[in-house]
Design a protein around this ligand. Sequence first.
Ligand code: NAP
Length: 254
Amino acid sequence: MSDSAVVGDDSLRKVAVVTGASSGIGEAAARALARDGYHVVVGARRTDRIEALAAEIGGRAQRLDVTDDQSVEAFIASLDRVDVLINNAGGAKGVASVADADLDDWRWMWETNVLGTLRVTKGLLPLLEDSGDGLIVTITSIAAIEAYDNGSGYTSAKHGQAVLHRTLRPELLGKPIRLTEILPGMVETEFSLVRFSGDEARADAVYEGLTPLVAEDVAEVISFVASRPPHVNLDQIRLMPRDQASARRNITTG
Ligand code: NAP
């Protein structure tokens, strides 16, 4: 973090916004950025969780539903400085072939991952530019570069989110905003629990027989990205557990 960010004087501290900070990667990223000296604003729908996190890290919690225009507008209106935006809110719903696709699951995934990222990013671009050294980190997935059976709702949404993020890089050329896409493989969070509608046995089975990444592994990468000097843009970072070679292949699938 640069010298201009002085811990202890809130008016001088750099501000990092983390969407989807109530669990998993977002929660770990918020902790890591707070440790790095940022004043972290955490957003999610489960306010009890983000309030507890904000109290722990000395940040601020603000309810955020990225699928809701008014919620995003209120979130953005509560901010007067943003140096770093972590577009993390997202997830998957269900596993189904295209033939059996559930339109409501698709809508959830596209609204959350794609339009949610668009709403928040579009709204925060002016503040990120005003900061003089803005950074947008978007957590896409290896599902943004691979298609796999029974995953088309999620893989297509992650491809869409990634293309939105990647398009900003040339569009913002000449402005003081950096862009980093992080593409994780398997990370043990609440991701599978959400995907399988709270079915714990099914969620646990996803990680049986292998050692997945944990949220802190991705948070460390986010912390590294945010600590590069202003002229360095890390465009894409792909990380997976050693036990995984692709979205379709890991040590349990052979
Ligand atoms: P997670 O533990 O389920 O966390 C998802 C977060 O997104 C939660 O904080 C949730 O908060 C938030 N969220 C969901 N819908 C939201 C909405 N409408 N408005 C605001 N926040 C919302 O899963 P995770 O693994 O940390 O996922 C974080 C990101 O990493 C996602 O974009 C996911 O697609 C991506 N990713 C995950 C993996 C993996 O294997 N875990 C791999 C690659 C990429 P509330 O429910 O409280 O709103």
